[in-house]
Design a protein around this ligand. Structure first.
Ligand SMILES: Cc1cc2nc3c(=O)[nH]c(=O)nc-3n(C[C@H](O)[C@H](O)[C@H](O)COP(=O)(O)OP(=O)(O)OC[C@H]3O[C@@H](n4cnc5c(N)ncnc54)[C@H](O)[C@@H]3O)c2cc1C
Length: 454
């Protein structure tokens, strides 16, 4: 969906593939909020919402009756900034303490320091036990944002906190590709890249079901054998010196192995936390929202958060979007839901899911009469996606970064098996993480093949 400014690996590939001219801005800012209990379910601009919070509006605060006195009069961003100040201070103290070290050493040390202190917390337990938030403050932060997953580890959440902040989100420099993010993987196989194209190195439609070797002969003697189902229903095999597993752990669990990996690697594969996501897209015959946003002086696009099952809607950027050049149509990400909301939406039939999403949006903007303009829908239900192992992306739970990440990046089967996939990286939930892990594997395979240390 979006690429932060500092995702240098992905941006390097975008540059090298000649895709830079396709980049245009992604609108991160939330423009509206809908809380069904507020003043007869009145839709507010996000600015109004913040003003009502800082002005201690009694109707709004009635939704959060047990906010503590010190929690009142603050926006969600302000509450969060205050809550994490202790972590920020510890980070910079550690950073400054490495006098004379280079920038990357300082950052590593500072991250390690706060990981040691706070990795034991989930986002929820951090708010409750460290920041001492009331349950209503937690509720306000959840409803006021769209990307909050309380059971994620705190350290992971802190890294991506800009996603749940109206001010930090805008500063993250997020961009997207005109023709869709699949332009990046497609560029790897573009036949026009000549000998650099991977088009003939890939076996499409091959679903791996088992991996192994002949134990009697030992690792050094035989190649690793990978068995896969072909689309024609046959089981085929490929032998190789090395194997890189670049699939989510949740999908890896379904692959049979002739020998277990190291105990901690096995434990990580079983235990590491993944997040559920369901997304619903709606195509409208015209971009009715541009009029609604303009009428409220909110530009033409942006995010809408709500307490309805769709939780978050993204009205796509108009400015610089070549898809809108010659048509009045538009596709909206009507619902972006996590965890329980994702399984709830995912469990609905396509018809009911589409209807629910369209009706939720109609409830938020009744004046637009948008129901008549819906043409098509599409959903991605990760909990029902076999090849994703029923999950969207890895996001460590409490203690998992400290306990597992190092092991997850190690080789196994005596330097014959390597682990890529975004889970084995520092940047979970982002393409950058998949590239990070892939490039690390390249170094490890090279080291194993040349008998040098990676
Ligand atoms: C909802 C959502 C939103 C996201 N938003 C963003 C974003 O805005 N920006 C961003 O940078 N990143 C985003 N990401 C993250 C990004 O998409 C992932 O981090 C990245 O795709 C992970 O790459 P990967 O190669 O590790 O795994 P995947 O992309 O999951 O690739 C694994 C591949 O393995 C295949 N596979 C599975 N099992 C088998 C098998 N048995 N045999 C053969 N093949 C198999 C799968 O079909 C799949 O093609 C998002 C992810 C999700 C789910």
């Amino acid at each position: 969906m979006r690429i932060p400014a500092d995702h240098y690996l992905l941006r390097k590939y975008i540059k090298d593939f000649g895709l830079r001219s396709q980049l245009f801005d992604f609108e991160m800012e939330n423009k509206f909020i809908y809380l069904s209990g507020y003043d007869g379910a009145k839709t507010l601009t996000y600015t109004e919402f913040n003003q009502l919070l800082t002005g201690r509006d009694t109707k709004l605060l009635a939704l959060f009756p047990n906010l503590r006195e010190e929690e009142k009069g603050k926006t969600c961003d302000e509450l969060f900034t205050e809550a994490v100040q202790v972590v920020v201070n510890e980070f910079w103290t550690a950073y400054d303490s490495l006098v004379g070290a280079d920038e990357s050493e300082k950052i590593k040390f500072a991250y390690q320091t706060i990981t040691n202190s706070y990795d034991k917390y989930s986002l929820r337990s951090f708010f409750m036990e460290v920041a001492n938030w009331s349950l209503d403050a937690i509720n306000l932060y959840d409803l006021g944002n769209a990307h909050v997953v309380f059971e994620n580890g705190f350290i992971e959440s802190w890294k991506d906190a800009f996603l749940s902040s109206n001010s930090a989100g805008s500063k993250a420099g997020l961009q997207q590709l005109q023709k869709g993010m699949d332009q990046v993987p497609l560029a790897f196989i573009d036949p026009n890249r000549g000998k650099d194209s991977l088009i003939d190195n890939i076996t499409f439609g091959a679903r791996v079901k088992d991996i192994g070797f002949d134990e009697k002969l030992g690792f050094g003697q035989l190649p690793i054998r990978v068995g896969y189902d072909s689309p024609s229903g046959e089981t085929l095999y490929v032998d190789s010196d090395y194997l890189i597993l670049a699939i989510p752990y949740t999908a890896q669990r379904a692959i049979t192995k002739s020998k277990a990996f190291a105990p901690k690697q096995e434990m990580a594969i079983r235990d590491v936390r993944y997040v559920e996501v369901t997304r619903v897209l709606l195509q409208y015959k015209s971009r009715w929202w541009e009029e609604v946003f303009t009428a409220h002086k909110q530009g033409l696009d942006g995010g809408v958060v709500c307490d309805l099952p769709i939780r978050y809607t993204m009205f796509p950027k108009t400015e610089g979007n070549s898809q809108f050049d010659n048509s009045k149509r538009g596709v909206v990400m009507a619902a972006y839901t996590f965890e329980q909301d994702a399984t709830i939406l995912g469990a609905l039939s396509v018809r009911h899911r589409t209807r629910l999403a369209a009706e939720n949006i109609d409830r938020i903007f009744p004046e637009a009469k948008s129901l008549d303009l819906v043409e098509q829908s599409a959903s991605q239900v990760f909990p029902a996606d076999e090849l994703a192992g029923g999950s969207a992306f890895c996001y460590f739970g409490p203690c998992q970064k400290s306990e597992y990440l190092e092991t997850m990046c190690e080789t196994d089967w005596e330097d014959r098996v390597f682990f890529a996939g975004e889970q084995a990286s520092f940047t979970h939930g982002w393409i950058q993480g998949a590239l990070e892990a892939g490039l690390r594997c390249v170094q490890q395979v090279y080291a194993a093949a040349t008998n040098t240390v990676a």
